[in-house]
Write a protein that binds this ligand. Structure first.
Ligand SMILES: [Zn+2]
Ligand SMILES: [Zn+2]
Length: 345
């Protein structure tokens, strides 16, 4: 079968690899019908993740169940499914408390030996371990493009907005207008904010975010904290959502909230340790929440919201390409020439 394989810094090759197969009784074999290229794939592409060379890439996908192991209960051959970007067992200490992202058996697709040694989703087929607690059925009438993002970036945007504790009438600032930031804007609006600001440095991204109802702030042209404070009576926003991960963006997210506010961080931090403003957090009674998305807890409600027309995550897709074009897709996405790319085998 064909798969996009990581060959070293900025090198992706679509090549023949051994056919994916069932190896555990809880596995499902899925024929991939659509996969996505994600911002977190770029951490591998840019050479920052050890143990990924020679492994298949990709963790956002939908497909059709081709076969299941004897212990898979929820799915059968022919079911259309969307997958979380990571696997979870569904019955450990953490999973039964709803914290699937802390599962003792967790691992992500397309991250090689670094995280779970699973197959990549930018492939014709992928083996899905722990299928009952990793996959969700796609509702009838929903297409692949509508469903795919509930397994990663849409769930992350929702998780970020929910943890920001947005109340009706609040002002919100979303830091970063990449795919996750756009999803956070979309999801923030479910909670009834009066205004949502979005901070980025790329005009095309800001224009796209503006089309979704956000107020653009270009950090290249203006100091974003000062600009947003000017626009909020000198106070700043009630909630901020950080979707970049660069520590200066986290600092912007902290500075832009008013006293009593909440900062919700979902960007992958680019440094493991930095300065944390303990005194400022304490004096201004701020709440700081961080984490990578607990996807399995959100896939079902998000599919329902998409089915009901309350969310249109597919609207951010800018490029539809063939799996064979994966190398070009990575080059374009890495160069910020595409908002979101999906690949069809
Ligand atoms: Zn991702
Ligand atoms: Zn578990």
């Amino acid at each position: 079968m064909k798969s996009a394989v990581y060959r070293g810094e900025k090198q992706v090759e679509v090549t023949d690899v051994p056919m994916a197969s069932l190896s555990n009784p809880t596995d499902a074999l899925v024929k991939v019908t659509l996969s996505g290229v994600c911002g977190s794939d770029l951490h591998i592409y840019e050479g920052r993740i050890p143990g990924t060379e020679g492994w298949g890439m990709g963790h956002e996908f939908v497909g059709v169940v081709e076969d299941v192991g004897p212990e898979v209960r929820r799915f059968k051959k022919g079911d259309r499914v969307v997958s979380s970007f990571f696997v979870a067992c569904g019955h450990c200490h953490y999973c039964i408390r709803g914290w699937f992202n802390q599962c003792v058996q967790r691992g992500a697709f397309g991250y090689g030996e670094f995280f779970g040694a699973l197959g990549g989703a930018q492939s014709e087929y992928v083996t899905v371990p722990l299928a009952d607690s990793t996959l969700e059925a796609i509702p009838d009438g929903m297409n692949d493009e509508q469903a795919i993002f509930v397994g990663d970036i849409l769930a992350t945007g929702f998780f970020a907005a929910e943890r920001a504790e947005i109340k009706p009438g609040d002002t919100v600032a979303v830091i970063g207008a990449g795919p996750v930031g756009l999803m956070a804007i979309m999801c923030a609006q479910l909670f009834g904010p009066a205004r949502v600001f979005v901070v980025d440095m790329v005009d095309s991204r800001l224009e796209f975010a503006q089309g979704m109802g956000a107020i653009p702030v270009n950090a290249k042209e203006t100091h974003p904290v000062e600009a947003i404070k000017r626009d909020t009576g000198g106070f700043g926003v009630d909630r901020s959502i950080e979707c970049v991960g660069v520590l200066t963006a986290v600092e912007t997210a902290m500075q832009v909230v008013k006293g009593g506010g909440t900062i919700s961080m979902v960007g992958i931090p680019n440094h493991s340790i930095g300065d944390f403003p303990y005194l400022d957090m304490w004096q201004r009674a701020l709440t700081f929440r961080a984490g990578w998305c607990n996807v399995q807890a959100y896939m079902r409600p998000l599919l329902d919201l998409v089915a009901a027309g309350r969310l249109q995550p597919e609207s951010i897709i800018s490029h539809r390409m063939k799996l064979d074009q994966a190398a070009a897709a990575y080059r374009m996405f890495d160069a910020r020439e595409a908002t979101k790319i999906v690949l069809r085998p």
